[in-house]
Design a protein around this ligand. Structure first.
Ligand SMILES: Nc1nc2c(ncn2[C@@H]2O[C@H](COP(=O)(O)OP(=O)(O)OP(=O)(O)O)[C@@H](O)[C@H]2O)c(=O)[nH]1
Ligand SMILES: [Mg+2]
Length: 325
C-alpha cells in the first residue's frame, strides 16, 4: 500500500480512500500501525479543521433521528458532514450505526455525508483512540462537521468529550420532576443540552424538563470557556425537525466566541496532549498482549501465588525480559 498516494486521495476528498484509511487505522497489526502513523503525519499538512461535535444520549432518546435530520440540514447548506461513533460494545454488536442505517437512510445516501460505524475493539480505550484518528482523517478529507455519536451509558461520554470541540447532550422529556439521573459529571461536560421529542403530547413535558435543566446548568460552576448564557438547554424535535437550525446557530455562536477568545485552540492543544499520553500508555500496555508475555505472566503469577517468589521480584524479572526483547 502506497501511503503517499492514499494520503493524496484522502486529501482530495475521495470517500473510498477515506474508508480505506480508516480501516488501516483500525487495524491492530504492527506494520499497519506504522503505516497509520505515516498516513496521519502526511495528512497533518493539510491543516484542515472541522467542527467536531460530540453527541451523547441514552438508548432511544433519538440520536439517530437527530443525526439524520441535523446532518441533512447541514448538507443542504452545502456543508460536508462525517458521522463517527464510539461504541464500546461494538466488538459484540457490530456497531450501533451500522444496524441503524435504516434510520439514517437519507443521510447515508447523501453525497455530502460520510457515515462510519464504531471500530470493533475489545475495550473502550481502543475504540476511542481509533475514532480520534478517524476524526483527523475526516478533517483532512475536507469535512466541515464531524459528528461523534456515543450511547450515554457511562465512560464513553468522557472519551468523546475529549475528542470534541462541542459536547451536546440529548435528553428525553422527563415524566416527573426528576432530572433523569444524569450524572453531574456528564452535565458539567455539556456545552448544549437538547431536550428532544418536544412535539405532540410530549411538548409540555419537554418544556418543563428544559426549564429544569436550564436551572440546573445555572447552578454549575462557571467555566472559562463559556460566554454568558452557556452552557444552554433548549428544546428540539428531531422527528419534526424543529429547533435544529436554532441548535446549529447556538453551536456556531459558541464556536465563534471560543475561537475569538483562544479557548478553541487551547482546548485542542490540551486534547492533543491527552491523546499523545494515552497513546504512549496504551502502546506500552499492548506490549503485554502477546502470547509469550501472557504465558510468562501466568507462570510467574503462579509462582507468586505459591509464595515461591516475591511479587516485586517476579515483576522485575518480567519487565527485564521485556526490555531485552
Ligand atoms: N416524538 C418523537 N419521537 C422521536 C423523536 N426523535 C426520535 N424519536 C423516536 O424515538 C425512537 C428512538 O429514536 P432513535 O433515533 O433510534 O434513538 P437512538 O438514540 O438512536 O437510539 P439507540 O440507537 O437505540 O441508542 C424512534 O421510534 C424515533 O422515531 C422526536 O423528536 N420526537
Ligand atoms: Mg441510534
Amino acid at each position: 500500500m502506497d501511503i503517499a498516494e492514499l494520503a493524496d486521495q484522502i486529501a482530495t476528498g475521495q470517500r473510498r480512500a477515506l474508508a480505506r484509511g480508516i480501516t488501516l487505522i483500525e487495524s491492530g497489526r504492527k506494520d499497519h500501525r506504522a503505516k497509520a502513523a505515516q498516513l496521519l503525519d502526511a495528512l497533518n499538512k493539510t491543516g484542515r479543521e472541522a467542527v467536531r461535535i460530540g453527541l451523547s444520549g441514552t438508548p432511544g432518546v433519538g440520536k439517530s433521528t437527530f443525526i439524520e435530520n441535523f446532518g441533512m440540514m447541514l448538507t443542504g447548506q452545502g456543508q460536508r458532514v462525517a458521522v463517527l461513533a464510539v461504541d464500546p460494545s461494538s466488538a459484540r454488536s457490530g456497531g450501533s450505526i451500522l444496524g441503524d442505517k435504516t434510520r439514517m437512510d437519507r443521510l447515508s445516501r447523501d453525497p455530502g455525508a460520510f457515515i462510519r460505524p464504531s471500530p470493533s475493539q475489545t475495550h473502550l480505550g481502543g475504540v476511542a483512540r481509533r475514532t480520534r484518528e478517524a476524526v483527523r482523517l475526516c478533517e483532512a478529507a475536507g469535512f466541515d462537521v464531524v459528528l461523534i455519536e456515543t450511547v450515554g451509558v457511562g465512560q464513553s461520554e468522557t472519551v468523546v468529550a475529549e475528542m470534541s470541540d462541542l459536547f451536546v447532550l440529548l435528553l428525553a422529556p422527563a415524566g416527573g420532576d426528576e432530572l433523569q439521573g444524569v450524572k453531574r459529571g456528564i452535565m458539567e461536560m455539556a456545552d448544549l443540552i437538547l431536550v428532544n421529542k418536544a412535539d405532540g403530547d410530549l411538548k409540555a413535558a419537554a418544556t418543563r424538563t428544559c426549564a429544569d435543566y436550564s436551572g440546573a446548568l445555572r447552578l454549575l460552576r462557571k467555566r472559562p470557556q463559556d460566554p454568558g448564557g452557556f452552557p444552554k438547554a433548549m428544546m428540539v424535535s428531531a422527528l419534526d425537525q424543529s429547533g435544529l437550525s436554532e441548535a446549529w446557530g447556538e453551536m456556531q455562536q459558541l464556536t465563534a466566541w471560543r475561537k475569538e477568545h483562544g479557548h478553541w485552540g487551547g482546548r485542542r492543544a490540551d486534547q492533543a496532549r491527552y491523546w499523545f499520553e494515552e497513546e504512549v500508555r496504551q502502546t506500552l500496555l499492548s506490549v503485554l498482549e502477546t502470547e509469550a508475555v501472557r504465558a510468562q505472566l501466568q507462570r510467574l503469577g503462579q509462582a507468586v501465588a505459591a509464595g515461591e517468589l516475591p511479587a516485586t521480584v517476579a515483576a522485575r524479572t518480567l519487565l527485564d525480559d521485556l526490555k531485552r526483547g
